[in-house]
Every structure is written in structure tokens, then in C-alpha cells.
Design a protein around this ligand. Structure first.
Ligand code: GLC
Length: 567
């Protein structure tokens, strides 16, 4: 057990009066320090975009089988030049928990989920549940592989991560079509699988860019996760040669051109279709969902560290820096909600015109949902689900808020407030199984209207307020980064009581997350890897350097809303 002193308040900040002492920060300061050092620490080692005939698109296969030394722009953002400082290995283990018997079982299950392509491990299958209809759970999903990748990196097994990065990069170079419409070059697949042709005894990869997915939505998050993973690999191994390869540089630039391109936008946020991320069905997250904005922010910051300073790289860095400044301002101001801000919205005037408007997006106070008034604690806050003209989605989403902390999209004060909220609303957001994907659930008329009567997304199930064990790693990383490891420990204990007994379900249902999800797959790989990743970060907090960025001091702190036009 830890030898870290008890009874400290997190980060030396004032305690939230609503949070009972017994649930509060034990062991905080040294963990935060180790976490901070991990973000800073070093070691350096030092394709053409054409379609391979070995690699075919999912739609085709389904048819076939139906049968210089100058300073970099943005250097200030992380004080880091490539190669990235190495993190993780050989660092002090400051909050080692007692080994838990399910850890070795989880490792066995994770290894069983490995997917091989021509003899090499290239990813992990989404679920190894043979009892149910497979749908697309027999594929390697880019987003699902992230916790597996982190687990392998933390365990000193980077090769599979490298293989995955290179294979998905090859898939990006495919020509992608949905019906007769050609998708942009930079789009990364949602998932892929290995097809074994028994007659030719030959393996090929088949990918899905949205053309097979429910709703036919391209995964906006895949490209961002790919860049984030490339940085995690570089950080973990100290090997910058992978990121420096021309094909990786080009892959990154293609992803970036997609999201930095100019259009009719009046906001620096990224406009998205419903279902383009982890929540990959209609759930009313279209517009500017927090999950995508936070991943976008993080990927931009990671790309700044990974891009080479050649002519093309520099041009992108300049565009990234500009976008980050605007995005930071927009997110920290307009997406942020705490008691004061809630009260301001409650008293908003509408129909304001011109630069002096306080209620810039013309949000109508009557659109504030009833639940928000009790849910908002005195001392906490969070980034709301979505902000667009006349529309604020007040729901809390786990992934976006955790990534906001890890990427420093949130100011240190906002990060602390997000954790305060999780602590104050533990029963609602964590309950019996960490963590709710969003809160609260849509019910009755709203559910009908917003989900289109989706029977999989009924209230407190699946994407509609279901509890997803994969989110444990994000909660753990955010807890460690903010110096609140006791929250991660509580969450881990809850998960350890049930996950293995329940055969590692994909998600849980109910207001408290007490029931194995109605249609949840068993042996869902990212539930297994999410647990392992959380556990390993707790055992060695320096590992969070793989997914946590340092604060950029040059990004302006929170400004008053009404100041933006004079900024
Ligand atoms: C479901 C989830 C999605 C996940 C996939 C594979 O479609 O909504 O986020 O990537 O399953 O696990």
C-alpha cells in the first residue's frame, strides 16, 4: 500500500464543502508530482499512398464473400522537440495497490484477443464473445485498440502498437467510397479485420470507413486517436523514428488537413454528424460534441510535438497554433458550466444583437433542463455536451471531460472542478460500475425524438446513460493528473468486484449501473484493457505521461464571456 501522507486537499486548493472528507484526496501530492514528472521525462533512441491489392474495402469483401534548428511554431506549447521524452519504465512505484487476482485473468483474456496478420500481431478484436451474434465485434476498432495499446506500451511491448499504427496508416491510403461518393483521403477507418482466404491460403485486410457501419457515419475520432497513439508510442519508447517516417508525417498531415480546412465555420470547433465517435448511433450528439472537440484539441497538441520542421510540417504547425488559440478560448468559455455560469444562463436575455451580446448563441433559458439545477454542485463544473446556435446540450459526457483534463484543454481550475463534480455526484456518475458514458439518460418523449426510438439506447442503457468499464482508464488518468488517485482507487475497487464475475461486459445498465447491459457483449476487449490500463497507471502513476500533456502557459486563462469581441 501507499506510504503517501493522508488528509491533503487536492493540489493544495480549497476543499469543496459538499464533498465528505472520507472520500477526499488521500495520497494526492506525491502522485500528482510523479504524474507531472512523467509528463516531462526523457530518453531518445534514435508508402506510397496507393492501394495494395492485399487490402480491400469492407463493402467489396462483403460482396466477394457473399460468396533545421530554428524554433518550431508551437514550441511553447509543450517545450518539447522531437524525440519526445520517454516516459514510464524505471520510475518509482508510488501508489502500488495489492495485486488483484483478476489482473492475470485480464492479461490472459487480452492476449487471447490479439489479432494476427501474416504472423504479426496488429490489434485486438473488439469482443471474444461467441455466445452472441457477432455483428462487427469480430473486428479491430481503432478507438477500442487505444486502451489495449496503452496496456502493451506500459508493459514494455511496443511492437504490436507499431504494427497497428503502420497497418491503419496503409488502410488510410485506400480509396474509400460510400455508394458513389468518395471520402476524403485522410479518413482513418473505424475498424478492420483480417480475412483468411482458405483456397489461396492468403490473408487480406478489410476495413470499414463508415460504409458498413450503422448509419454510414465516418469515424471522426479514429484519426485523432491515431495521432494520440503515435505520440504515446513515441513517448513510451523514446523512438521518434516511427513518427518521423515520411508516411507517418503524411498520414498526420492528411488527418490535419481534414479538420483544419476552411469552410463556412464561424467557430473553431469541429462540426460533426451524429454517431461519429464512441457514441456511434443517433444520440443527439451531432453539431459540436465535446468528445470530438476534446480529442481534436489533444490530437492538435500531439501533432505539434510529432510534426517535422520541414516546409510542409511548419505550415501545419502554424495553422495548428492559430487554431489551438481560438479553440482554447471557445471551449474554456462557451462549453464551461459551473454554478455561476448556470445562473448566468438562467438569467440570459435573448434576441441580443451585435458585438455587445452576452448570450452570443441566443440560448433560451427555458431550454435548461430541470435536472441540471440539482445536479450542479457548489464547487464543481464541467464541459457541456454541445454548444451551437440556440442549442446547449447540458448532458455530462465522461470521455470529453477526461480528455479535456489530460490535454489541458481545461485550465487547472477547471480540471479540479471536473473532478470535484465527479466526487460530489459519485452515485450518479459512477454508482456501482464506473463510469457513465453520459448523464442523465434521455427518457420518454425526448428519447423518442432524439434517438429515433432506438431500442438499444433505451434510458440508462448503452450510449444513453449506460456505464462503460472502458472509461476506467480515462477516469484513472484524469484522477492521477489532478492529484486525486483515491477516486481512481474507489472506481477500480468497484470494477474489481464485478468485472471478472460478469465476464467483462461491454457496458452495464441502470441508474446505478448495477445490471449487465441488455445487449452487452461479454469479454469485451476494451473493458478488459481499460481495467488493466487503469490498474497499471495506478501502480505506476508516471505512466500517465503517455496520455497526459503539460499545461501550455501561453494559452490565455479563462476570460469573461463578454470580453471576447475585444480579445
Ligand atoms: C459499439 C460502440 C463503439 C465501439 C464498438 C466496438 O459500436 O458504440 O464505440 O467502438 O462497439 O466495441
Amino acid at each position: 500500500m501507499s506510504s503517501i501522507p493522508k488528509d491533503r486537499s487536492h493540489n493544495g486548493n480549497l476543499k469543496n464543502p459538499e464533498v465528505p472528507d472520507k472520500t477526499r484526496a488521500l495520497n494526492t501530492e506525491s502522485v500528482a508530482e510523479v504524474g507531472k514528472k512523467a509528463i516531462e521525462r526523457p530518453r531518445a533512441l534514435n508508402i506510397e499512398r496507393q492501394r495494395s491489392c492485399d487490402e480491400r474495402s469492407m463493402s467489396e469483401l462483403s460482396m466477394a464473400t457473399k460468396a533545421d534548428n530554428c524554433s518550431r511554431p508551437g514550441d511553447h506549447l509543450d517545450h518539447l522537440n522531437s524525440p519526445l521524452p520517454k516516459s514510464g519504465l524505471n520510475t518509482p512505484r508510488s501508489v502500488t495497490l495489492d495485486p488483484h487476482p483478476i489482473t492475470s485473468e485480464a492479461w490472459d483474456a487480452l492476449r487471447r484477443s490479439l489479432v494476427y496478420f501474416r504472423g504479426q500481431p496488429v490489434g485486438t478484436i473488439a469482443a471474444l464473445d461467441n455466445s452472441d451474434e457477432k455483428l462487427n465485434y469480430d473486428q479491430v476498432f481503432v478507438r477500442d485498440f487505444v486502451p489495449s495499446a496503452l496496456t502493451f506500451l506500459m508493459n514494455g511491448e511496443p511492437d504490436i502498437v507499431k504494427n497497428f499504427i503502420l497497418k491503419t496508416l496503409r488502410l488510410q491510403s485506400w480509396e474509400k467510397k460510400i455508394d458513389r461518393f468518395q471520402l476524403a483521403e485522410g479518413v482513418m477507418p473505424a475498424s478492420f479485420k483480417v480475412f483468411h482466404d482458405p483456397i489461396r491460403n492468403h490473408e487480406t485486410l478489410i476495413a470499414d470507413f463508415g460504409e458498413s457501419a450503422i448509419g454510414r457515419v465516418a469515424p471522426v475520432d479514429s484519426g485523432f486517436w491515431w495521432i494520440i497513439l503515435l505520440r504515446a508510442y513515441t513517448k513510451s519508447t523514446g523512438d521518434s523514428s516511427l513518427a518521423e517516417r515520411p508516411e507517418c508525417q503524411k498520414g498526420m498531415r492528411l488527418i490535419l488537413s481534414l479538420c483544419l480546412s476552411e469552410g463556412f465555420d464561424t467557430f473553431p470547433t469541429l462540426l460533426c454528424a451524429d454517431g461519429c465517435c464512441m457514441i456511434d448511433r443517433r444520440m443527439g450528439v451531432y453539431g459540436y460534441p465535446i468528445e470530438i472537440q476534446a480529442l481534436f484539441f489533444m490530437a492538435l497538441r500531439c501533432a505539434l510535438q510529432l510534426l517535422k520542421q520541414d516546409a510542409e510540417g511548419k505550415e501545419f504547425m502554424e495553422r495548428i497554433v492559430k487554431r489551438l488559440h481560438a479553440l482554447t478560448y471557445h471551449m474554456r468559455n462557451y462549453f464551461w458550466l459551473d454554478l455561476k455560469q448556470l445562473n448566468d444562463v438562467y438569467r440570459f436575455k435573448t434576441e441580443e444583437y451585435s458585438h455587445t451580446a452576452v448570450n452570443k448563441f441566443n440560448v433560451i433559458p427555458d431550454s435548461l433542463p430541470d435536472w441540471i439545477f440539482d445536479f450542479m454542485p457548489h464547487g464543481g463544473g464541467y464541459f457541456v455536451g454541445n454548444v451551437s446556435p440556440a442549442r446547449m446540450d447540458f448532458r455530462w459526457f465522461c470521455l470529453g471531460n477526461c480528455i479535456a483534463i489530460l490535454s489541458c484543454m481545461a485550465t487547472p481550475e477547471q480540471s479540479t472542478a471536473i473532478m470535484d463534480l465527479i466526487e460530489s455526484r459519485w452515485e450518479e456518475l459512477v454508482g456501482d460500475m464506473p463510469v457513465k458514458v453520459c448523464y442523465p439518460a434521455l427518457e420518454t418523449h425526448e428519447w423518442r425524438l432524439i434517438t429515433g426510438c432506438d431500442p438499444k439506447n433505451t434510458r440508462w442503457s448503452y450510449h444513453n446513460g449506460g456505464s462503460w468499464p472502458v472509461l476506467l482508464w480515462l477516469l484513472a488518468a484524469a484522477s492521477i493528473k489532478t492529484g486525486r488517485p483515491q477516486l481512481a482507487r474507489r472506481a477500480l475497487q468497484l470494477a474489481e468486484n464485478k468485472l471478472s464475475k460478469d465476464s467483462w461486459p461491454e457496458y452495464y445498465d441502470g441508474t446505478l449501473g448495477r445490471y449487465v447491459g441488455k445487449q452487452a457483449r461479454k469479454f469485451q476487449t476494451w473493458s478488459i484493457a481499460g481495467y488493466l490500463a487503469a490498474r497499471m497507471m495506478m501502480d505506476d502513476p508516471s505512466h500517465i505521461g503517455l496520455v497526459a500533456l503539460e499545461e501550455d502557459k501561453t494559452l490565455k486563462p479563462l476570460l469573461k464571456r463578454s470580453n471576447s469581441w475585444t480579445f
